[in-house]
Write a protein that binds this ligand. Sequence first.
Ligand SMILES: [Zn+2]
Ligand SMILES: [Zn+2]
Length: 140
Amino acid sequence: MSEKAIHGSCLCQTVQFEISPPFEKMVHCHCSRCRKGTGTGHATNLIVAPEQLKWLSGEDAIGRYDLPSAKSFGKWFCRNCGSPLPRVSRSGTAVVVPAGSLDEAPPIEPTDHIFWDDRTPWDSDSGGLPTHTDYPDSWK
Ligand SMILES: [Zn+2]
Ligand SMILES: [Zn+2]
């Protein structure tokens, strides 16, 4: 494969990271937690394995918040500029990468909308992609 690692960073550039291939999962999530956590209509996230994430700088500037009422939802962010950053799931089995934190476009595009029924009425339409009440069947 000719896929190469993709660089990412926060707004103030303190935190820098790299995601190595393969790039297989990318989704739009419309849940209320993602909306609050990003301040936008939905979050667009890349899902990768923990070993694909490498912090290049600023790891000590990363703030972490685990939502007490959630089993796994949390946020990792730059304590200097507040930008969302990749986070390792509490179970340690996956990394959720906010697509907007990437400095280059990954070689895939979002394949699905998840938590579609939770979306806000002012968000854009599905663009013809499959929509799911929670996760796609292939993830379960
Ligand atoms: Zn920053
Ligand atoms: Zn979500």
